[in-house]
Design a protein. Structure first.
Length: 572
């Protein structure tokens, strides 16, 4: 997600935004199976949802897909007719987004994007030109990794950027694409040395540092710390915790589980863990440290919802409200660090102190910290009104076909039949669970972590239960021990005071919820009281370098005089 305006009507910053006026509104949609745009043969609507949504009908979805495919014509990729200039920025935003959706393999598409990539080594580009080139690097990465035989010539452009581009982010994204494309390690190491030589301050640039560090992790990944330590830990007491556990292969669905404000995992009446599947895959297959890339691992702050306002954003987000998330350094958070109001403004040590001791030096769990430094923002959990077969880059994992890719958000299931009627949706139960454990103004933390395992199978609840049986080192960032207080009823007010430390005790009784879907997510309700976060003491010092990487200074998103970008939604 991208630092776009927080108001629906404000302008989009191009680099962190999306490519097309129509395309930007449709980045995550879902359907039922890989058949046709019309989806299924009219499965029954959910009770109370018989009303038709015109944008979700089979005819509307077929027409929309046809509109996209009709844009794949040689004249639309003609750089003589549409040179990369501020005047044609809107054109290339649309065409590049269409290219990402359709994934054509025509030679005129290859040639046009190849020529745009050639601008990475040119100096003196305007802001509009930089935004177009920046968008092209994202789509080029997607196509290069998916269709290496067709788009293999992009390798030379990536090599040229590493050798001659003055922009460290373009150098980093080029290096990342080559590494993920399977370049031999010896050649990668040579390129890294060249990058370090060209950029003596590479370890103070967030994109170069994280990309080179990622390569080091690939060669020597190390062992993941005990999962039980992470699951039993509390970032802060009296806060809900949403755990999203993924496989390294993001085509595989992730599994989300919820802990209430007493630190107990939410379970169904039969004792089974409450859980819901989510997809955390970027359409561009970009690494997490780039805007529009994969959802990073690590800690996110949860603070309430963003209402889905009207039909204009239905295809992007579906019918239901979005869960609002914040990464470190992102403006707008009311309280990220325990005991400190406002956004996270600390250093790496402050972030590490939010983690259990065994996880503090684990590189992968720091991703949200570095993603925030890289300028990523506006992450959301949301549904979608778009058909799953709208996007061409499906089929790698049939089990996740009904979940559409995003550009960093967490995608929840939302299905419509050919008559435009809702037949299934997961956002209502997600929102209801969060409200039941955290009140209407729920707040807490989301922790995303990748767990190695069977590459084509999501993490099982049995794996989670097994991890929970392992004794954790400690259980809270604030007290370092588990409170002895008895869990209260789920709707009982929580005390805002920190309970005194006590000796560790066995887990108290588990909270059980009988969750029923509530489909009117935007109805006006009496606001519940959010629970303040208590202060945490500092943890033992750890040494990780560099700790003082500044926020990015390059900002090609500032519009030049006279430029305007149409208003777009806040997250995708």
């Amino acid at each position: 997600m991208k630092p776009v305006a927080q108001k629906w009507s404000m302008n989009l910053n191009w680099k962190y935004g999306t490519f097309g006026v129509l395309g930007t509104l449709i980045l995550s949609g879902l359907a039922m199976k890989p058949t046709s745009i019309s989806i299924a043969r009219s499965p029954k609507a959910m009770p109370g949802n018989e009303a038709q949504i015109s944008q979700a009908t089979a005819d509307a979805r077929s027409q929309q897909r046809q509109e996209q495919t009709r844009q794949i014509r040689p004249e639309n990729y003609d750089l003589n007719q549409f040179p990369v200039a501020n005047l044609h920025e809107k054109h290339w935003r649309n065409i590049l987004w269409t290219t990402a959706v359709v994934e054509p393999q025509d030679s005129f598409v290859v040639e046009a994007i190849d020529q745009i990539l050639g601008l990475m080594t040119r100096s003196g580009l305007s802001n509009g030109q930089m935004r177009t080139v920046d968008a092209a690097t994202k789509v080029a990465t997607q196509l290069y990794l998916r269709y290496p035989d067709t788009y293999g010539k992009f390798e030379q452009r990536f090599l040229q950027a590493i050798e001659g581009s003055r922009d460290p982010e373009w150098v980093a994204v080029s290096l990342s694409a080559l590494v993920r494309g399977g370049m031999p390690l010896a050649q990668v190491q040579s390129l890294i040395e060249r990058v370090k030589g060209r950029f003596p301050g590479w370890n103070k640039n967030v994109h170069l540092y994280t990309t080179i560090r990622e390569v080091a992790e690939l060669t020597d990944p190390g062992e993941m710390p005990p999962l039980g330590d992470l699951l039993k830990w509390e970032v802060a007491p009296r806060q809900l915790h949403l755990y999203v556990l993924c496989r390294p292969n993001r085509d595989v669905l992730c599994q989300a589980m919820l802990k209430d404000r007493d630190g107990q995992f939410v379970r169904h009446g039969d004792g089974k863990l409450w859980s819901t599947p989510l997809l955390l895959r970027s359409i561009h297959n970009l690494n997490w440290n780039f805007v529009r890339g994969q959802t990073p691992q690590g800690i996110f702050r949860i603070e309430g919802i963003v209402p889905q306002p009207d039909d204009l954003f239905f295809r992007a987000y579906g019918r239901f409200s979005l869960v609002k998330l914040f990464v470190p350094f992102e403006p707008g958070a009311k309280q990220f660090l325990p005991g400190k109001s406002g956004p996270f403004q600390g250093d790496l040590k402050d972030y590490q102190n939010l983690l259990p001791p065994s996880w503090r030096n684990h590189w992968a769990i720091q991703q949200s910290f570095w993603a925030g430094k890289a300028g990523r923002s506006e992450f959301r959990i949301h549904g979608t009104g778009e058909a799953p077969d709208f996007f061409s880059n499906k089929g790698n994992n049939p089990a996740s076909f009904s979940w559409n890719p995003t550009i960093g958000c967490l995608s929840a299931l939302e299905l419509y039949n050919e008559n435009g009627q809702l037949v299934d949706a997961h956002m209502p139960r997600i929102l209801e669970a969060l409200r039941m454990v955290g009140g209407n103004n729920f707040a807490g933390y989301m922790i995303v972590a990748e767990v190695p395992g069977a590459s084509e199978q999501p993490i099982s609840l049995q794996e989670v239960e097994t991890a929970l049986l392992r004794k954790a080192e400690t259980t809270s960032a604030s007290s370092q021990v588990k409170s002895t207080s008895k869990p209260k009823a789920i709707n009982q007010p929580k005390s805002a005071q920190v309970e005194p430390p006590a000796q560790p005790t066995p887990e108290p009784a588990t909270t059980t919820l009988d969750l029923k879907p509530i489909l009117d997510q935007n109805s006006s309700k009496e606001a519940g009281k959010s629970v303040p976060i208590s202060h945490q003491p500092s943890a033992p010092e750890t040494t990780l370098k560099p700790e003082n990487i500044p926020l990015p200074t390059r900002n090609p998103d500032e519009l030049e005089a006279g430029e305007s970008i149409p208003p777009l939604p806040i997250a995708y």
